[in-house]
Design a protein around this ligand. Sequence first.
Ligand code: ADP
Ligand code: ZN
Length: 819
Amino acid sequence: MTNQRKGDNLGAMKEIAEVAVGLPVSKTFHYRIPEKMENVLQIGMRVLVPFKKRKVTGFAIDLLDHPPKGVEEKLREVEDLLDEAPLIDVKMLRFYRWIADYYIYPLGEVIKAGLPPGLLPKSEMIVALTQEGMKSLVQGGLEPIQEKVFTEIEKLGKLTLTKILKKFSEEVSKSQLLFWKKKGLIDIEVSLEEKEVKPKFEKVITYQGGESAQPISRKRSEILKWVKERGEVSISELNKRFKSPSKAIQSLKASGLIALSDREVIRNISVRAELKPYPKPELTSDQEAVLVEILKGIRSKRYSPFLIHGVTGSGKTEIYLRAIEEVLNQGREAIVLVPEISLTPQLLSRFKDRFGENLSLLHSKLGRGERYDQWRRIWRQDVKIAMGARSAIFAPFKNLGIIIVDEEHDPSYKQEEKLKYHARDLAVVRAREDEATLLLGSATPSLESFYNAQRGKFRLLNLPERIEGKPLPRVEVVDMKNEKGLLSEKVRAALKKNIEDKKQSLLFLNRRGFAHFILCPDCGLTFKCPNCSVTLTYHLRDRSLQCHYCDYRIPAPGDCPRCEGHRLQGMGIGTERLEQEIRSLFPETQVSRMDRDTTSRSRSHQQILKRLESGKIDILVGTQMIVKGHDFPNVTFVGVVSADTSLHFPDFRSSERTFQLLTQVAGRAGRGEVFGEVVIQTFSPEHYSIQKAKNHDFIGFYQEESQFREALDYPPFSRLINFRLIGNSEKKTKALSEEMGRIGQDLLKRGYGKGIEILGPSAAPFAKMRGKFRWQMLAKGKSPKLLHQFAQKLTLQLEEEIRVEGVNLDIDVDPVFVL
Ligand code: ADP
Ligand code: ZN
């Protein structure tokens, strides 16, 4: 019955839509297409479909002539069509499918992760009291917990099921609520959450030309003249200029001299970091050589992957800018990923200087409406460049020419919740799919990327020197075993000298708060988070103990609550304490601190950097926030207060992470005319991470670290998949993890996954997090294909059991992308 060309889905007379719903279910579902949608529904549009007893949003991911075998009768109809144009094109859909498969994650949820939040109205369960329930509440005689819950519902009229379960999590379960419903005391109904973000419009007036038949009043002719000069003005502009103009507008409109219409407004975002302008320089010969290669790649219009290994201050940004210029000349588009956009105002401001309004920003600090608008600017092809944190990899460009990943080694490219994707790896995949150029840049490339370069998967390009031959800073390592107090002789002397010379200093300490934890020396008591397996950190300003994982906080006690001893002590220092120490050492000096506690207000981060740039800060104390690519010529000394915090973190990447941090921090020193100096304080001065960082020796570090990884079969020489079970009940979670281990071993015995090694199951490194218990099992293997197969099989078998147990499976595919 169809007269469609094969492979053409536009306006097809298809009968069935395959839909990926935005829910954690791994399957997709089929629905009949009602007649009224037959010529309208296209792949990539959002639809509203019935799902169990609810209505949910999903994405039409395929259109079929016939229902798949065996489900004909059961098929329900698509209820509503939510878009007039597809939100995702076929290429994007392929990308999303790849991600869903690789990370073993439901397709609908993957697509959702790629779209701005708020595009999916979600149905929710509303709980209300029935007449019967109300009566019981008034008359009394309810169980105490019923009374509590009913009173709450009565007070608010109605409540969502989730809110009730959260509020009374200790006392009420879902089955209890269902039981009350059965007894006719409450109603539970489905409703659609109205949270879809919408484009914002304003009324505009346009001049239509022509003459008025009758003479018009002076006010009207003034307005008309004003509109005519501008061609188009918004009502709000007009309101500012003229007093109550609405009558005049109506009459001008009636005589056809002006017209009124709606214009979409882009919610304004404050992106301009008021930093110094960035003129376009002549390229150095090193830059020139690197750019020539990249331009060849761009002009080939083929997948061309590059890794730029350029020391800090070698001028990578200028390469990015020039490469993008070329891509724009071709009429293609660019994605620029940066670790955390709010932390890189300098980079942003350079891009703004060069490309102006042709740039869209995507990051998590934007409001929902702002994010939506930015996304739509890209989707409508109003802009050609998207810059943002990891989620910008999903920017809906149709004609992508380049993807740039700045500081490609940065851990923030890995999403640690839900869909655990790695944006750098996805950049590789998308660039390959779109036949685009890929530029990964770093002073300290990740082991994975450098390994890929060694194997010829990426072209390696080097920028071995700083611009204008500025030397890299001299780095000294101080063994803290021989020092007293927080700061070594060396650091104190260097700070003092810098103050005298009117130079600026940075002090890096990777832990915020005042004291890492509090200890009672009399009875040994420490304060632990009740939700997480960590100690609470002491914060002086509000005298509180805080958990840095779940934000649990309590007032700090004066005396030990167990033995009533008076000698509670702070152990291990944080930035707050460091700042205090510096202030008391150098009372005349301008000291400032930059960490999550001092930058929670929007723009406060930029303000601190601005003050640093304008010389209003002499010493800046901070966490890794101060590490990111800033370029301040007057900073000549950098002190690392403790290199040990990251070194002893329970993770096989801790050495790499330490090397990267130290190199990046050190890279902040000596960017101007004056030679830079760095002092690293540590209790492990001989560790190779520290020694290689001291000598600016990335290759040396890479070799040493590779040997360690290869010997222990860690990435990039193998791949890891972590299967983590997370549940409310310790017993159930543990029991299920044992079951998981059994299934895993059984799969191996049956011959799935040759060469796969299973570690665990065991309690996860942080066995309790945010109130949930965590058990895990690691699978290690050299063949990505076999490991992936194994993971799929295991997941499938586990899924059934998990649904019963109320425990979540969280799969973490280690981000080692080797093409
Ligand atoms: P990276 O990102 O590699 O750390 P930047 O791109 O920040 O380095 O460059 C370091 C400094 O060199 C910046 O101040 C930049 O303005 C300057 N710079 C870059 N390229 C040139 C050039 N070709 N000529 C002069 N100055 C340059
Ligand atoms: Zn906690």
